[in-house]
Unconditional design. Structure first.
Length: 301
């Protein structure tokens, strides 16, 4: 890795740490939205560096769909224990049991959209005024419209056409009672930047990101892992493939890619040759051309 690129990573790190410190300075009760994916892990690592030698001043908030990869939950619990931070868990199953949301039906059913209500309920219950996410502008066209400080109204909704200007490094976190913000410290990072940073910092990540053999089916142009939550059809052929996941989410909609990359170095090399966004293997984003933006307008991550 060249000296220039190391300096470039330093610049991205410095920018992200500045945003995290601005969040802590401007808000009363911010949290880190933690999914167990690489981006939220990097955010947590950056927060650790930003406030060292003190502990991370933010709680981690995880929206548990109940359809998670077991590896993700174990990684989350181990990290929380290691860091000694507070964990807030919003449960989609609880939202279903309370009649707040209705379970989807059919072979492509997912709890991904149901997370919106659970997230907004958790934000209200815990009086969160800023939720820090790992969204990046290169991921998806809707996320490319985000600011570092992204305002949400008192219904938790996002209006991409009515965002506050951000001149240089001046962020406006003023808001009325009931409103909140989302903050995205690594907005300017790319997937390649994330992996180079993970490699440089030797950040531990879930084994799901590394190539491994798994039972899968081919659906929605991705290898979907077999789980107790997946509704199999007569036409589905279960095969064993060596795959890895570029992004982690609800196990029923997170597709894998065939890969031999079983180290961070190999993943970085593989990503450098990719011409398809990492969310191209998420079936929830294929429901419509504006699937992500529609969810974000309602209060999604």
């Amino acid at each position: 890795m060249s000296k220039y690129y190391l300096n470039y990573l330093d610049e991205l790190e410095s920018e992200a740490i500045f945003v995290l410190r601005e969040v802590w300075a401007q808000f009363e009760n911010p949290v880190i939205l933690f999914s167990g994916g690489k981006d939220s892990i990097v955010i947590t690592h950056l927060a650790k560096k930003a406030f060292y030698p003190a502990k991370i001043p933010f709680a981690l908030m995880h929206v548990d769909t109940g359809h998670n990869f077991p590896e993700t939950i174990k990684f989350r619990d181990d990290l929380v224990k290691d860091l000694g931070v507070k964990l807030i868990v919003g449960c989609v199953q609880k939202s279903i049991d309370q009649g707040r949301v209705a379970e989807e039906k059919g072979k492509n059913a997912t709890r991904n959209t149901l997370q919106i209500t659970t997230l907004l309920d958790a934000i209200e219950e815990h009086n969160v005024d800023c939720a820090i996410g790992g969204g990046r502008r290169d991921e998806e066209k809707a996320r490319a419209k985000e600011r570092f400080f992204s305002h949400r109204d008192d219904f938790g909704q996002w209006d991409p056409k009515n965002q506050r200007p951000e001149l240089w490094n001046l962020f406006n976190g003023n808001h009325f009672q009931g409103e909140h913000f989302r903050a995205f410290p690594i907005s300017n990072w790319t997937e390649m930047d994330v992996w180079n940073y993970v490699q440089r910092e030797k950040i531990e990540i879930p084994t799901l990101y590394f190539a491994h053999e798994r039972k899968v089916i081919w659906r929605n142009e991705s290898w979907i892992p077999i789980s107790e939550y997946l509704q199999l059809q007569e036409t589905d052929e279960v095969v064993v493939k060596k795959i890895r996941f570029r992004t982690l989410g609800d196990i029923t909609i997170t597709g894998g890619i065939e890969s031999e990359a079983d180290t961070v170095e190999k993943i970085a090399m593989e990503v450098s040759a990719m011409r398809k966004t990492e969310r191209g293997n998420r079936s929830d984003d294929k429901r419509s051309e504006t699937a992500m933006e529609d969810r974000k307008r309602q209060g999604y991550f």
